[in-house]
Design a protein around this ligand. Structure first.
Ligand code: SF4
Ligand code: FES
Length: 607
């Protein structure tokens, strides 16, 4: 390994931030004073590789304490972890939440994504910038979706320090956002997670039934509301029995790919290589998605229990929960829940006295949509740039740290609880034959009651939008987020199932349902989607890296054109779209043209 360090030195604060994570340095090589230990100390090969996964937490530690990552700080972190600084620089610059250039200690992320754009994000940004001015000590950054779409427009203030402070303002006004940035501690408390669940109290709810009912900070309250019944049943069934139930339930992944969960678990469990890992993908970054946030904030123990069951079934003893960096409240709740579960024997060396060891570690993402792709997420945890890997080998065989790994998103895992408490036949009776169980939808945009909705698979788009109070003048609905597709206002009969949306030539994706009236011009929405993909492409493969740029350029050119004046660029868009779909390595490039294509073909954009 080639290690080239510069001459820059860390400040005392930077050093303290790294040492708080890694402990004091052991030798002068790591940045301590020279001592006898230097003669005995060596770390290379496997020992160095074993610590590489602390790079992302280390970068977070610096960014949280100082607000940005200086060369001296990066060098010090690299010495401590034996990571080449050039590689660490590549990692630090990969993530939108980090900066390697000096910036004020407070960053105000203002969402300018679809739902927020429709709710006046541009005016909000202009107002905030006008109020704060250059010498305010606050850096205002336009951000992709912050996962607060039900309260658009949204802003998130992060004030570096020890400890770092955060404040959410949503729906944001100029005054509230400025207050959140300048004095996060005095900003008003966020509304409870249940405020995002318009159906709260409905006895037919399964996945959302505890949100707003249970105290998210109390393990006892969780147990009093049925918590840990599923894990006890799992221990009765044994690992193979759990996998059989999950398979028989027909549960498929809710992240968008709809892969059968039981098959994934079985494939991981049967791998001879060890250790096995469970990874929860809580990096929901699809614009318009916020259901996992609501689940994690409102019912955090459910996820801890579900991950434990997944670990037990697949023979894993360690779980990683990769959480979106923009979810500070979910982070606090989950940290607390995991600590409580550990203290009370629901995690640890002997879970519930059953002789099974399992523990969970939270890893924070840092603002990269692509890390929602399963193998990119592994690279991110391992301390590399979050670039997707080529498959095969698939994660069930070679996943995190090259070991068999089962990866599920939050909603999928939380579904395992009713599978075990109701039993597979009862669960499979909910929904349709091809799409079983309940499904969560994130409804936002032009509706009176935006929020997370739970309906059995098979309800129609019209029924869902009626529940949410769709407003007059509906022009289009975006299903599945930026990677999904638009449908027309007269297509309300589309059944919300995997097979139904497929038959209708669209996708359910991760459950985003964004309603648009005519107030935001369609070309502006499409430009925003194109900008998002260009920005979030990891750049690893040419069709996506170049295609997303060409797509955005063409959409800029035709923003004000229609008919024959747009024809050449539409033909180009189709060609580029086909190349991205056919030749990109991962789902980002493969879906980057979906929404634009659907707007052209279904909504008649630019006609
Ligand atoms: S398709 Fe795009 S995001 Fe995916 S690996 Fe290629 S460049 Fe990266
Ligand atoms: S929070 Fe703004 S679009 Fe989701």
């Amino acid at each position: 390994m080639d290690l080239h360090f510069g001459d820059s030195k860390p400040t005392d604060d930077e050093r303290a931030a790294v040492d708080a994570l890694l402990g004091p340095p052991e030798s002068s090589w790591e940045g301590a004073d020279r001592s006898d230990a230097d003669l005995r100390w060596a770390r290379g090969g496997r020992a160095a590789r074993d610590r590489r996964d602390l790079l992302l937490p280390g970068l977070h530690a610096l960014n949280d304490r100082i607000g940005w990552i200086s060369e001296g700080a990066l060098d010090y972190l690299c010495r401590r972890l034996t990571v080449p600084p050039a590689e660490a620089y590549g990692v630090a610059t990969f993530y939108a939440l980090f900066s390697v250039r000096p910036r004020p200690a407070t960053v105000l992320h203002v969402c300018t994504d679809l739902a927020c754009a429709a709710a006046g994000a541009s005016e909000l940004c202009a107002g905030i910038e006008g109020r704060l001015g250059p010498g305010s000590g606050v850096s205002v950054q336009r951000s992709p979706c912050l996962g607060l779409c039900e309260r658009a427009p949204a802003a998130l203030a992060v004030k570096a320090g020890d400890p770092v402070r955060t404040a959410v303002s949503a729906p944001a006004t100029v005054e509230q956002a400025v207050l959140a940035a300048s004095a996060p501690d005095s900003a008003p408390e966020e509304p409870a997670a249940v405020m995002a669940v318009p159906q709260a109290g409905d006895p037919s709810l399964t996945l959302l039934r505890r949100v707003g009912v249970v105290d998210p900070a109390s393990l006892d309250d969780y147990r009093a509301h049925g918590g840990y019944t599923a894990l006890r049943r799992a221990f009765e069934l044994g690992p193979a029995g759990v996998i059989r139930e999950v398979t028989d339930s027909g549960l498929v992944g809710r992240g968008g790919a709809a892969f059968p969960t039981g098959r994934k678990w079985q494939a991981t469990a049967s791998q001879p290589d060890h250790p096995h890992y469970v990874v929860c993908n809580a990096d929901e970054s699809e614009p318009g998605t916020f259901k996992d946030r609501v689940l994690m904030e409102g019912d955090p123990y459910a996820l801890v229990e579900a991950m434990t069951i997944a670990g037990y079934a697949t023979g894993a003893h360690r779980g990683y929960l990769y959480l979106r960096g923009e979810y500070p409240r979910a982070l606090r709740r989950l940290e607390h829940a995991i600590a409580q579960a550990r203290a009370r024997g629901f995690l640890g060396d002997d879970v519930l006295g059953q002789g099974y060891a399992f523990d969970i570690e939270i890893r924070r993402g840092a603002g990269a949509y692509i890390c929602g792709e399963e193998t990119a997420l592994f690279n991110s945890i391992e301390g590399y740039r979050g670039e997707p890997r080529s498959k095969p080998p698939f994660p069930v065989e070679k996943g995190l740290f090259g070991k068999p790994t089962v990866e599920n998103n939050v909603e999928t895992l939380v579904n395992v609880l009713p599978v075990l408490t109701m039993g597979a036949p009862a669960y499979a009776a909910v929904g349709t034959a091809g799409s079983t169980g309940p499904k969560l939808y994130c409804v936002s945009g032009s509706v009176d009651r935006p929020g997370v909705y739970e309906l059995p698979f098979g309800a129609t788009l019209g029924e869902l939008l009626e529940l949410a109070g769709v407003r007059d003048g509906l022009r289009a609905v975006l299903l599945g987020g930026a990677a999904g597709g638009f449908v027309r206002a007269d297509e309300m009969d589309i059944p919300l199932t995997f097979e139904g949306t497929r038959a209708a030539g669209t996708t359910l994706g991760s459950g985003v349902v964004m309603a648009f009236d005519g107030t935001v011009p369609l070309p502006r929405l499409l430009l925003r989607i194109a900008e998002f993909f260009r920005d979030e492409s990891c750049g690893q493969c040419v069709p996506c890296r170049v295609g997303t740029v060409r797509q955005e350029e063409a959409l800029h050119r035709i923003a004000e054109r229609t008919g024959a004046a747009a024809a050449d660029d539409i033909a180009l868009l189709r060609e580029v779209g086909r190349a991205m779909r056919d030749a990109s390595i991962c789902g980002l490039g493969q879906t980057a043209w979906n929404a634009v294509e659907s707007a052209i073909d279904r909504l008649g954009a630019y006609a």
